[in-house]
Design a protein around this ligand. Structure first.
Ligand SMILES: Nc1ncnc2c1ncn2[C@@H]1O[C@H](COP(=O)(O)OP(=O)(O)O)[C@@H](O)[C@H]1O
Ligand SMILES: [Mg+2]
Length: 249
């Protein structure tokens, strides 16, 4: 039996904008079990990023209860929150967020600098291992501007993996990529989920990306309007193989 990694109870998030209050999340409740691959869908402005930032402890809810791996994050101070985030969660963003003029290897080493128990050599070995996992072992010394968009996103995924988090959170991680490269990234995400058992929460507004996940939670105006299991999870590897050869389009 798998256990609950996330438990959200009536999460609300309000932003005060001058005299106006923007209610980005209006009472969101759902659980995610360890090993699930969940996509969060919804149109622009529906609250997806606000929700993901809450899940990732980058933002605190105005109201409601959030348990991450059994820990109530409402009771933690900033330092405790940062430590929990660094240990349990790997983030992947649409814009990769890699440091420029910094090699792929050094970008991936970065999250490990917060852990003083890890030596210089261990840091390097862990980063190499993470880059091998995303099939970039031959690009360790490349700078971000010497890599394609898909390769940069794979570096970002390696950086998200290097701390061996229990959960990967991704916000429109394929939003800047063409179809082929998106499917390559999704094949990698599916492998992380199916082979390594990582829990994945993946924000997207594209239904063909959601088809690769096993469950889809749909938001509208800050509320969950649909939460469905996907009976026929599409294989990204097969979808990739079915695309016409790269030269043809
Ligand atoms: N930091 C913020 N300050 C004020 N309003 C915000 C902030 N972040 C998000 N919002 C508002 O909250 C709503 C949800 O935004 P967001 O979570 O970014 O939606 P999505 O990612 O689905 O496009 C929007 O109306 C947005 O304008
Ligand atoms: Mg967003």
């Amino acid at each position: 039996m798998s256990k609950k990694i996330l438990e959200l109870q009536n999460i609300k998030r309000e932003f005060v904008m001058g005299t106006e209050i923007v209610r980005a999340l209006k009472g969101v409740s759902f659980d995610v079990m360890g090993g699930e691959f969940v996509t969060i869908m919804g149109s622009s402005g529906s609250g997806k990023t606000t929700l993901l930032n809450t899940l990732g402890c980058l933002d605190k809810p105005t109201e409601g209860t959030y348990l991450l791996d059994g820990v109530n994050i409402g009771g933690l101070n900033r330092n405790e929150l940062a430590r929990l985030r660094n240990r349990k969660i790997g983030f992947v963003f649409q814009s990769y967020n890699l440091l420029p003029r910094t090699s792929a290897l050094e970008n991936v080493e970065l999250p490990l600098f917060y852990n003083i128990e890890i030596s210089h050599e261990q840091r390097k070995q862990k980063a190499i291992k993470a880059l091998e996992a995303v099939k970039l072992a031959d690009r360790l010394d490349h700078m971000p501007n010497q890599l394609s968009g898909g390769q940069q996103q794979r570096v970002a995924i390696a950086r998200a993996l290097v701390n061996e988090p229990v959960m990967i959170l991704a916000d429109e991680a394929t939003g800047n990529l063409d179809t082929r490269t998106s499917y390559e990234i999704m094949a990698l995400i599916q492998e992380l989920n199916q082979v390594q058992g990582k829990t994945i929460v993946f924000v997207t507004h594209e239904p063909d990306i959601a088809a690769f996940s096993s469950r889809t939670v749909t938001l509208r105006d800050g509320k969950v309007v649909k939460d469905t299991l996907n009976e026929n999870v599409r294989s990204a590897k097969e979808a990739l193989a079915a695309l016409p050869p790269a030269e043809d389009y």
